[in-house]
Design a protein around this ligand. Structure first.
Ligand SMILES: Nc1nc2c(ncn2[C@@H]2O[C@H](COP(=O)(O)OP(=O)(O)OP(=O)(O)O)[C@@H](O)[C@H]2O)c(=O)[nH]1
Ligand SMILES: [Mg+2]
Length: 223
């Protein structure tokens, strides 16, 4: 029985990887950069995207797919910041998005006029790490209220991510959070992680994030 369970899981993962490969190729051909935002619940993914849509939504032709276990609240919040369709995926209990859901969501989007795609994954520091969605990179959003030990406790998420947004920097003066230790912990599990230090609420550090997005889109157009 135990062996059979493992086989089923392997088949499911293999099928997901196959679909993720199709999504990646589709996005590559369309010249779209796709970033998969992953984090624990409430670290600020939607707030970061609200600000990002306001500032570079039009400039970079940004489209968004949001995933939530229940409700389409995030999609509704984001739809107020863009004239484009925001595609919500309600997973109905699953703790992560999968490649089939993203592939299906993409059929509703105007990919011809998209250069940057954000996928806001379900807030969870465990499951989304294991599921390839066909993104170019995972971006882990990690807020200063979560404790500096999280990269060590949830290493897979930080290992799978290429970029880390350390958010809620405005709260730092009120917390006992050792910023350099947090960065060191993340670098211990992933030495090549590139960091952004932001407050999506006050706008602190957001210019560096926007410049990075512009740079990624330019690089994709050039390749
Ligand atoms: N002080 C402060 N609060 C923030 C910041 N970013 C987000 N928040 C607050 O954190 C709470 C959660 O933010 P969301 O953007 O909904 O977080 P999320 O990661 O999208 O949450 P889930 O999708 O539910 O996982 C909200 O009350 C935000 O106003 C920030 O930079 N500073
Ligand atoms: Mg959200």
């Amino acid at each position: 029985m135990a062996v059979r369970t493992i086989e089923v899981r392997e088949r499911v993962m293999a099928r997901n990887d196959e679909l993720a490969g199709q999504v990646r190729e589709h996005l590559r051909q369309a010249g779209i950069v796709a970033l998969n935002l992953v984090s624990s619940p409430g670290s600020g993914k939607t707030t970061l995207l609200e600000q990002t849509l306001e500032v570079v939504g039009e400039e970079l032709d940004v489209a968004v797919v949001t995933g939530d276990v229940q409700t389409q609240n995030d999609a509704d919040r984001l739809a107020r910041r863009t004239r484009r369709l925001v595609q919500a995926v309600v997973t109905g209990g699953a703790c992560h998005l999968d490649a089939l859901q993203v592939q299906t969501a993409l059929t509703a989007l105007d990919l011809e006029h998209t250069r940057l795609l954000f996928i806001e994954n379900v807030g969870n520091l465990v499951c989304p790490a294991s599921w390839d969605l066909g993104e170019e990179s995972k971006v882990v959003v990690f807020s200063v209220t979560e404790g500096e030990d999280k990269p060590l406790k949830y290493p897979k998420m930080f290992r799978e991510a290429r970029y880390a947004v350390l958010n809620k920097m405005d709260l730092l003066p009120h917390l006992r959070f050792d910023l350099s230790q947090a960065v060191a912990n993340a670098r211990q599990v992933n030495p090549s992680l590139r960091f952004f230090f932001t407050s999506a609420l006050t706008g602190e550090g957001m210019e560096g994030w926007y410049d990075f997005l512009r740079e990624r889109v330019r690089a994709c157009v050039a390749s």
